[in-house]
Ligand binder design. Structure first.
Ligand SMILES: [Zn+2]
Length: 369
């Protein structure tokens, strides 16, 4: 495996041992504590709280490298760098190393070192060590702008050692008068770190005040996308775990518990794949089930969706092929689980969609009706 060599190099003697080289820093509680980080309150999706929507059409914080290298991973993207699976949470924005990261919006400035503790349902607790005026080298440094409504725009993988002097002055002044560091939209906040593997990027999160991850693509300047997601295969799974395959217009026997959709999503001319944020099974009788992450990473009320209910690790197809769910650094394909509503039967439509509104569809019939 040619991707393994650089990882091995980083592992040797690295402070962040098992997670070094991973897109985000995920460690155990004791490892996070040893780095001087502390857990942040209110950073887990709480659900069912009314907030005004974030501003639309905000500028991306960086200039994309090219049309082929723009958004490498979206915020739903499945990730597993050996420390457990998680949703990516933000967008990886491909850009040149050492280039500027700018404020996407006006607001309060914050900076610090971060890490995550990930539960088995894929939900994170964020750990944090705020700026203290004495920057140290780290790939996991964040500069953030918090707007008037409390939405937090986080830029990760910027270099803490090369911050512009006016930003350092603002952050230092904020240490004595907290909450006073403010920036206008478009201000240069930091410069992009040189990434040790794969690709140079800023990982960009948009977080609601209660911790819910919003879809940065929904609220930023749209990236050209006229490409529908790809449906690579659709598999049915019954109560005993028996796997069948659905072809366009095909019929499935009663007793199917769920469909598993092998799929990828991308955008015009982009060289990476992403996880489609919308997958729904809709019967002509009205029953439906599925996932809609086009606005935020949660269910309709903003509650967390257990990652094990959304992704399936692997599936063995009737033609005895094993397909795995992989997506690190924008390479792979995804296996998304869609439950069949109890009692549903007859003709149905499976829709897989992206943030821009492009849809791929497959139809079928469940049972003899
Ligand atoms: Zn990332």
């Amino acid at each position: 495996m040619n991707t393994f060599a650089p990882f091995l190099f980083i592992f040797v003697g690295a402070l962040f041992s098992s997670s070094a080289g991973a897109d985000e820093l995920r460690l155990s509680r004791s490892e996070l504590r040893a780095l001087g980080l502390k857990p942040v309150l209110n950073n887990r999706a709480s659900g069912n709280i009314a907030y005004a929507e974030p501003a639309r059409g905000t500028e991306w914080p960086i200039v994309f490298k090219s049309q082929a290298a723009s958004i490498a991973q979206n915020y739903v993207q499945h990730q597993d760098y050996g420390t457990g699976q998680y949703y990516h949470g933000g967008c990886d924005l491909r850009t040149e190393p050492y280039s500027a990261a700018r404020a996407p919006i006006a607001g309060k400035l914050e900076a610090g070192y971060y890490g995550y503790e990930t539960a088995s349902d894929g939900q994170d607790t964020k750990w944090w060590k705020p700026w203290d005026g004495k920057p140290t080298a780290s790939l996991y440094f964040e500069i953030a702008v918090i707007d008037e409504a409390g939405y937090r725009y986080e830029m990760h993988h910027v270099n803490p050692l090369t911050l512009p002097s006016d930003i350092v002055a603002l952050l230092n002044a904020d240490l004595t008068k907290p909450g006073t560091a403010k920036v206008e939209a478009g201000r240069i906040l930091a410069y992009v770190a040189k990434w040790p593997s794969e690709y140079d990027h800023v990982h960009f999160n948009l977080i609601r005040p209660d911790g819910l991850h919003m879809n940065p693509e929904r609220y930023s300047v749209p990236v050209s996308d006229h490409e529908a997601p790809r449906i690579i295969g659709v598999y049915s799974v019954d109560a005993k775990g028996k796997v069948g395959e659905l072809r366009e217009g095909g019929r499935l026997p009663v007793g199917i518990r769920e469909l598993v959709v092998a799929t990828t999503e991308s955008r015009d001319g982009n060289e990476y794949v992403q996880t489609p944020p919308y997958v729904f099974l809709i019967f002509s009788t009205g029953e439906k089930a599925g996932w809609d992450f086009r606005n935020w990473l949660g269910d309709a009320t903003g509650k967390w969706v257990d990652i094990r209910n959304f992704f399936r690790d692997e599936i063995r197809t009737p033609s005895r092929k094993t397909i795995r769910n992989t997506g690190n650094y924008g390479v792979g394909q995804f296996l998304i689980r869609v439950p069949v509503p109890a009692g549903a039967a007859g003709s149905f439509r499976l829709s897989v969609g992206d943030t821009a509104g492009n849809l791929a569809e497959m139809t079928g019939i469940l049972g003899s009706r």
